[in-house]
Design a protein around this ligand. Sequence first.
Ligand SMILES: NC(=O)c1ccc[n+]([C@@H]2O[C@H](COP(=O)([O-])OP(=O)(O)OC[C@H]3O[C@@H](n4cnc5c(N)ncnc54)[C@H](OP(=O)(O)O)[C@@H]3O)[C@@H](O)[C@H]2O)c1
Length: 201
Amino acid sequence: MDVAQPKTGETVVVSAAAGSVGSIAGQIARICGARVVGIAGGQGKIRQLVDDLGFDAGIDRSAPDFARQLRDACPEGINVYFDNVQGDVLDTCLEHLAKGGRVVMCGGVSVLNEDGGRARYNLMRVVWKRARLQGFGIFEYSEQKRHEALEQLGQWIRQGRLRIIQEHRHGFDQLPRAFIDLLAGRSSGSQVVWMRGTDLK
Ligand SMILES: NC(=O)c1ccc[n+]([C@@H]2O[C@H](COP(=O)([O-])OP(=O)(O)OC[C@H]3O[C@@H](n4cnc5c(N)ncnc54)[C@H](OP(=O)(O)O)[C@@H]3O)[C@@H](O)[C@H]2O)c1
């Protein structure tokens, strides 16, 4: 809300939208009155976005006509793009920015294994569309701000306006698999691994 400043009637696009961060970012944008389009891998996740989380539309990033689907889903252009992945998805979203668009740079799952960035993004679009790219980092916010955010999120959850997706596994040995599946896009929402011998529930 601070960096993206989504407004009623605007179109907000979120990548890795079925993930831990993306699923919350998209729902918050919706609560702010925006029309929200989620990008995720696979039809199962797209259904989850639209049917369970109330996204207005979902697009499978592996679809051969991904760029066309994104354009069709955002006929007036993208007002806010919340980027968790960088790479080709960021490039395609830059192509469809509306005038005055904002891009929240939150993560870079597709470039985690690369040294440094690739200088092949559609950055002239940023010039032509008078857009703004801004980094977002949770640790920039004070304890007080984070406390306020948690209060607000908790209220939305209690009101049934915000849903949390979690997948649970049990045992320390499941940690690597949970992390690998998360990065490979095989899981949805937050991955919770319970340690044997603890009684956290
Ligand atoms: N700035 C901050 O304060 C902050 C805080 C926490 C996390 N983060 C960042 O936010 C991002 C999301 O974190 P998360 O924990 O919620 O992870 P996540 O979204 O649950 O998992 C990552 C997802 O990225 C997608 N993905 C994987 N490879 C991709 C590729 N090559 N191209 C496009 N998408 C790909 C997959 O989803 P699909 O297959 O469904 O697309 C995968 O499930 C990460 O980059 C993380 O580092 C930033």
